[in-house]
Design a protein around this ligand. Structure first.
Ligand SMILES: [Zn+2]
Length: 364
């Protein structure tokens, strides 16, 4: 899922997202939409689907990550208590209060297909004692979220067939015992899916192999596993091989806007990479550690592309690769033309969509 944080995938319209890239779902952010345009407008529009004119599945994250990051960076911007989180809007300074119950109500008002509990995503480098407190709060809040969810289902008379799916978020930083405890407690409450909370990389930027792998194994087999905010193509392949099957990330679009493109090294190499990952048992993860062999990245701003009239990606059939050369794309970026950023974001999204399609096919 690309991050349509504020209700749009920057510069790319739904027609491209559906027909060209064939995305199955996109992610929106409760916190950002709550602040702007605000729930009154969204409700008036008839929900986020209608407001955005997006008919395929929508997943909203709770906004916890954004609010807690804000407060962890600057404690004057908010306060976390047992009952609620109080925060100031970074744009206009207005004060807002979010509770686990309110986070769920807002997501029902958004009318999404998948929603996420409000959690306490403390940074991975916090001392263990502080992470343990965050885990406890995450569990207590998950309980409140689930109760509110059941209440809203009744009040809004939503049938079992039409109810949105609800995800609990597993916290615990880099501590496997805390991740395990958090997962077990969330499973007792019972959710449709479970997310890997906070970051999947440690404070030094290293992929937390053991924690990410083992946490997936704690989740019941029939539940969805959502690796929030993952990641680079090789991290996605790795997480997939551990059992994670849903991902959201800003990388393809953000990198594209900066002129960094993901290129396939061979025609079917993504598919073969996926097949390989399926065959890797959870104990032999080292085989694909840091494996970037199936793709490369280029920065189209580099002067060497000025007169490179080759296709951007030999093995891609997106609008950029079908119609334009590297030299032309370089020229668009040199001219700071929005079209270049847009085409590159489309290409990167197609690369990611194809990667995920290949991973999906490998287990069908
Ligand atoms: Zn392309």
């Amino acid at each position: 899922m690309p991050d349509a944080t504020r209700g749009f995938v920057r510069s790319i319209d739904n027609g491209i997202l559906e027909k060209e890239i064939d995305l199955e779902a996109i992610l929106i952010n409760t916190y950002h939409l709550f602040l702007n345009p605000g729930m009154e407008i969204i409700k008036k529009a008839g929900g986020a689907h209608k407001f955005m004119n997006w008919s395929r599945p929508l997943l909203s994250d709770s906004g916890g990550y954004q609010i807690f990051s804000l407060i962890h960076k600057n404690s004057r911007l908010g306060k976390i208590t047992e009952d609620e989180v109080i925060f100031k809007s970074p744009t206009d300074g207005t004060k807002h209060i979010l509770t686990p119950e309110k986070a769920i109500q807002i997501q029902f008002d958004l009318g999404v297909d998948m929603m996420v509990c409000l959690d306490d995503p403390s940074p991975n480098d916090y001392p263990k004692e502080k992470i343990a407190q965050a885990v406890s709060r995450t569990i207590r809040w998950a309980n409140r979220c689930k109760k509110e969810y059941e209440k809203q289902i009744k009040v809004r008379k939503i049938s079992e067939k039409n109810r949105p799916l609800i995800f609990g978020v597993i916290q615990g930083g880099q501590y496997l015992d805390l991740r395990k405890h958090c997962t077990q407690e969330l499973v007792k409450i019972g959710f449709d899916g479970y997310g890997f909370g906070a970051r999947h990389i440690d404070s030094k930027g290293n992929f937390m192999e053991e924690v990410v792998r083992e946490t997936a194994s704690f989740i019941p087999k029939n539940a969805l596993r959502f690796a929030l905010g993952v990641g680079t193509p090789e991290d996605i392949v790795k997480c997939f091989s551990y059992g994670w099957d849903m991902f959201d990330c800003v990388i393809p679009t953000r990198e594209g806007r900066h002129g960094r493109l993901f290129l396939r090294k061979e025609k079917n190499v993504i598919a073969s990479e996926a097949k390989q990952s399926r065959n890797i048992s959870t104990n032999s993860f080292a085989n694909i550690q840091d494996d970037k062999s199936f793709y490369e990245t280029i920065n189209i701003n580099n002067g060497k592309y000025k007169d490179d009239f080759s296709r951007v990606d030999e093995h891609c059939d997106c609008v950029l690769c079908k119609n334009h050369t590297k030299a032309y794309l370089h020229h668009l970026f040199a001219s700071k033309e929005m079209l270049g950023m847009r085409l590159s974001a489309i290409h990167n999204l197609k690369f990611y969509a194809d990667l995920l399609g290949a991973l999906r096919n490998s287990v069908n």
